[in-house]
Design a protein around this ligand. Structure first.
Ligand code: 2P0
Length: 322
């Protein structure tokens, strides 16, 4: 009754920002991501038929407060589906470098969904697992699969992620860890504020389907340049939308802007590189695998002692044993 699963983070090339339904974790739009091959989360779930409550730990440290409440609510959902009254013991370990902005809930809830559903005896299809992971964290629906992945909006039944065929398109990502430290506002609250107050939110929602169609077409023809240009412009639009919130949601700092300049200079000098930014100040650079050292070199030159992580394309969640 003990199951271990491993999942990797993903970085959206077409972003998810804003929910249509909070309780069911349904997104206002579709999104499309690349699963990474770095910073995996490893989660073991063991059922305890005698316990009154779920317990969870993160690299040996007991989870408490809101973090534990969120994990417990997710485990309740799995237990209820399985018709079980057993509580769970969750042990999570990750190799995520602190401050990298990769400590996403995506890998965490994808691994938890796989380990918990299996420990409770549920047999789920990959699509059902993606729908379940979505309930823990929206972006976790995408980390169920490897490579390029699209998450569809819709109702509870229809909102799942699925992998996209991308023959001939080899993608890599350089993560420039510019600033460690806590972000000013969590993405969940920031999305809520954007939906409620940004006059740009409707335009964002209206623009994403076109971005997704263009991205799918670019992927189908293995057009790296179009993929990069679309990813960068979509990320800028997401941040523009949240800057329109009241009060504004701003994750960027001075280093973020300087990093965007480095990416622009790479392109000017013939190194194809495109920036994307999530709910934090770090800049992630999409490039071809053969360009990662040139991109990393530019960042090392521009930022003294900057920490750089290089990722290729990673696999979906998997059960690795008891
Ligand atoms: C994304 N992000 O598409 C976007 C871009 C951050 C910026 O998904 O509330 O942790 O758990 O559904 O999935 C971060 O949001 O939010 C996110 P919840 P999640 O990757």
């Amino acid at each position: 009754m003990s199951v271990t699963a491993v999942a990797h983070p993903n970085i959206a090339l077409i972003k998810y920002w804003g929910k249509a339904d909070e309780r069911l974790s349904l997104p206002a739009t579709g999104s499309l991501s690349l699963t990474l091959d770095i910073a995996p989360t490893r989660t073991t779930v063991t059922l305890d038929p005698e316990a009154d409550t779920h317990v969870a730990s993160w690299s040996g440290e007991p989870m408490t407060g809101g973090e534990l409440a969120r994990v417990s609510a997710f485990l309740d959902l799995v237990a209820e589906r399985a018709g079980s009254r057993a509580r769970a013991v969750v042990e999570t370990a990750n190799e995520i470098p602190t401050g990298a902005g990769l400590a996403s809930s995506a890998a965490g809830f994808a691994a938890l969904a796989a380990a918990a559903s299996s420990a409770y005896g549920l047999t789920l299809t990959p699509r059902e697992l993606s729908r379940l992971a979505r309930r823990g964290s929206g972006s976790a629906s995408r980390s169920v699969f490897g490579g390029l992945v699209q998450w569809h909006p819709g109702d509870d039944e229809g909102s799942f992620a699925e992998p996209i065929d991308a023959p001939g398109l080899d993608l890599a990502l350089v993560v420039a860890v510019l600033t460690a430290g806590r972000k000013p506002i969590g993405s969940r609250e920031a999305m809520r504020r954007t939906v409620a107050t940004s006059p740009f939110f409707d335009a964002w929602v209206a623009s994403v389907p076109g971005d997704l169609d263009a991205m799918r077409a670019a992927i189908a023809r293995a057009d790296f340049t179009a993929v990069g240009e679309l990813a960068e412009s979509n990320a800028m639009r997401m941040h523009a939308t949240m800057l329109g919130a009241v009060p504004p949601v701003r994750y960027w700092n001075a280093d973020t802007v300087a990093a965007l300049d480095v990416v622009a200079r790479c392109r000017r000098d013939g190194i194809e590189a495109y920036a994307t930014i999530d709910a934090g100040p770090n800049v992630k650079v999409l490039c071809r695998p053969e360009a990662t050292s040139a991109v990393a070199e530019r960042f090392a030159d521009a930022f003294d002692g900057v920490k750089l992580l290089v990722s290729g394309t990673g696999p979906g969640v998997r059960i690795v044993g008891p």
